[in-house]
Design a protein around this ligand. Structure first.
Ligand code: SF4
Length: 701
């Protein structure tokens, strides 16, 4: 429990971490002690994982940033007043834009920011800075599945149905998602499928989720890393050639069947077995099980980062959607396709205009009608709005270049840990003329900053988040702001005023939300009709909010122009990272139960850190024996980009050709020192899962 001075208080709020947004009650007693209890809510039903249970520890850390810090001539960060900090920022913006143009100043946001912050950050970039260079870390998380959903359904809402719909399914196929570690309360919704023997988990590792298939509860498929697309195409081939498709549904609801049929004709199971390592008989068995489940009351396909974080991530998610459409799942009352958003506001974070190609309401920035609508809400001429900018990987590649981005403002993102090829990124951050980082702790990215702004976190301010099922929920403050830390809403207001922005920037979260709702009205992600009084009344508010909200999408029509879904043919692709000499292992990265994203928060929670204090790389014992590596040995993992230092964890739960490294750790243990900064051409998603690496025992070098 944290110890914060103040009046006793009890608030209903939601967890600071992942997209399940488990409901919790925070209680502050007369001594300022803060305790947490799980609260009944459809996603978590009172359950919390250990990250949620320990979250109050975040509120009393003595390493909290409480004053703006400006680097002096000797490079030492020194406390300065807010006035001075603002003046330095404004001077640098003006100097940079006068010299290099508006796009030389970039803004980088995050999928953990509240809806209000995500919205105001996009507005700040376009209206106050007039830069096209704004994007966010959701590119690393959700972008490929979002792109696939948009082109198939015309709408991207992670789960277009409530999580609780999964309870009654007899078959759930989880592709590249380790929910038992990343969002444990979610596994409550898998028990129906487990009882029916229908939990199908696709993961190169025997993850905690894969273990849920034991004892007749389901099947675990362990394809070679980076071959998920081929596996899905193989299953699709069987569904088509064995006549397992739902012809009536396809006639009524989807376009493109003939093209899709042609595109998978050469991907018969034996061929797919040679690529993926999954037996042909299993591929056939899975296809038949899914088809049976679709006809017998409950079949869901759910994708996660494991299959999405690839340069072919959009095509892989598309292959999953194609399969779901062939079986007639999307929009059916007891079945569906969805993607399990990871970051706390992964859904809302991509809806309100902090993406380089979007305006609020999930509107395309290139759409003249969208520009007119949003400009009218902002009280500006649509011609003042910049055009599309660059997605994250391309934007970050321009940092510090003479004709690129010279000044960067970072909010809610710890790029040095979460971006690919992070060694090169650190160099580019240091090449910038000026870097401003807003954070509540001195993150690894903030260490590179010229100016650090202390901001409020989670339980220190009000706001809203949008869960993985498109439900808008309220966060509420229970702790007073520490020191001089400010809300980012206030910071963006103050800076926009000093920059002479032609549109007001409200600071009260409810007012920002009201403006957001107006800006989103009529868009894809339409928040109109939702406001704070409605949320505070306890109403369930899935967007679009029509009458009592829309928990389920696609019941009658999809969001495309003709209301029909598109089957988009996709084909296998070559790996981007050439096989290295030496051991030629493939690195996959992912998350642990104890840590969340870059670990900037959870590495500061003592009980979590004690449980997972250092980076362990999982290696198969046979592979390790060949390399002279023992359990617990200090090892170096090398790729063409860099090197990570970690410790060997020998396990038969991983393929002998694969190693797994969690990406939460800093400094020399950062997994993203190894990953390539190449991105999916459709979505901008980097390739996080198929880096070719070699592994050495430290003493052997
Ligand atoms: Fe729930 Fe996710 Fe928080 Fe765990 S981290 S308590 S699963 S919201």
């Amino acid at each position: 429990a944290g110890s914060i001075a103040g009046e006793p208080l009890m608030v209903d709020t939601h967890c600071p971490y992942c997209a399940l947004q488990c409901a919790m009650t925070l209680t502050r007693d007369a001594d300022g002690e803060i305790s947490v209890a799980g609260r009944d809510f459809p996603t978590n039903r009172g359950g919390l994982c250990r990250k949620g249970w320990t979250s109050p520890e975040l509120l009393h850390r003595n390493d909290r940033l409480t004053r703006p810090l400006l680097r002096d001539a000797a490079g030492i960060p020194r406390p300065v007043s807010w006035d001075r900090a603002y003046q330095v920022i404004v001077d640098n913006i003006c100097r940079t834009q006068q010299r290099y143009g508006n796009d030389a100043v970039a803004v980088f946001g995050g999928g953990g920011l509240t809806n209000e912050k995500a919205y105001l950050l996009g507005k700040f970039a376009r209206v106050a800075l007039r830069t096209a260079m704004v994007d966010y870390n959701g590119r690393f998380c959700m972008s490929s599945a979002a792109a696939a959903a948009n082109r198939a359904f015309g709408v991207d809402r992670g789960l277009p149905f409530p999580v609780s719909d999964l309870d009654d399914a007899n078959t759930i196929m989880l592709l590249g998602s380790n929910v038992a570690d990343t969002m444990p309360p979610f596994t409550q919704h898998l028990t129906g499928a487990q009882r029916a023997g229908g939990l199908i988990v696709v993961d190169p590792r025997v993850s905690a989720t894969a273990r849920l298939t034991a004892g007749g509860s389901g099947v675990h498929l362990q394809p070679a890393p980076g071959t998920d697309l081929e596996l899905l195409l193989g299953i699709t081939h069987v569904v088509l050639t064995e006549g397992l498709i739902n012809n009536d549904y396809l006639d009524r609801r989807a376009n493109g069947l003939a093209g899709l049929r042609r595109s998978v004709a050469d991907l018969w199971p034996e061929r797919v077995q040679s690529i993926t390592g999954v037996p042909a008989a299993t591929i056939r068995e899975i296809a038949r099980r899914l088809a049976w489940a679709a006809d017998n009351g409950g079949c869901y396909l759910l994708t996660g980062r494991g299959v999405e974080q690839h340069v072919n991530g959009t095509d892989t998610a598309t292959a999953a959607i194609n399969l779901a459409l062939l079986l007639g799942l999307p929009g059916s009352p007891d079945s569906g396709y969805g993607t399990l958003t990871g970051q706390g506001n992964g859904q809302g974070g991509r809806e309100h205009g902090q993406k380089s190609d979007q305006l609020p309401g999930y509107r395309k920035i290139t759409d003249p009608a969208a520009r007119r609508h949003v400009a009218a809400v902002w009280g500006i001429d649509p011609d003042r709005l910049p055009g599309p900018g660059l997605p994250a990987v391309q934007l970050l590649d321009r940092l510090g270049r003479p004709d690129g981005v010279r000044m960067l403002m970072v909010h809610g993102s710890n790029l040095v840990i979460s971006a690919p090829d992070s060694t090169a990124l650190e160099r580019r951050l240091d090449d910038l003329d000026f870097l401003v980082v807003s954070d509540f702790f001195l993150s690894e990215t903030a260490r590179h900053a010229d100016l650090i702004l202390p901001v409020l976190q989670w339980a220190e301010e009000d706001g809203t988040m949008t869960t993985l099922e498109g439900r808008v929920v309220r966060r509420r403050a229970v702790s007073p702001p520490p020191g001089e830390a400010k809300s980012e809403l206030e910071i963006l207001h103050d800076l926009s005023r000093r920059l002479g922005a032609p549109s007001p920037f409200p600071t009260r979260p409810s007012e920002v939300f009201d403006e957001l709702a107006r800006a989103s009205a009529g868009g894809v992600a339409d928040y109109s009709g939702i406001d704070y009084p409605l949320l505070d009344s306890g109403a369930t508010a899935h967007w679009p909010y029509v009458d009592a909200g829309t928990p389920r999408l696609f019941g009658e029509r999809f969001g495309t122009a003709d209301g029909r879904a598109e089957l988009v043919p996709v084909r296998p692709t070559e790996p981007v990272d050439p096989v290295a000499t030496g051991t030629g292992l493939t690195l996959i990265t992912g998350r642990l139960l104890e840590h969340y994203q870059s670990g900037a928060q959870t590495r500061r929670v003592d009980t979590l850190n004690a449980s997972a204090p250092r980076a362990l790389v999982q290696i198969h014992p046979t592979t390790a024996a060949g390399l002279g590596i023992g359990d617990g040995d200090e090892v170096l993992v090398d790729s063409a980009r860099g090197r990570a230092r970690c410790w060997a964890e020998l396990t038969t739960g991983i393929r002998p050709d694969t190693v797994f490294l969690p990406f939460h750790y800093p400094d020399r243990s950062t997994a993203n020192r190894l990953t390539p900064a190449v991105a999916d051409p459709t979505s901008g998603m980097p390739e996080f899962k198929t880096a070719r690496v070699t592994v050495f025992r430290v003493a052997a070098i």
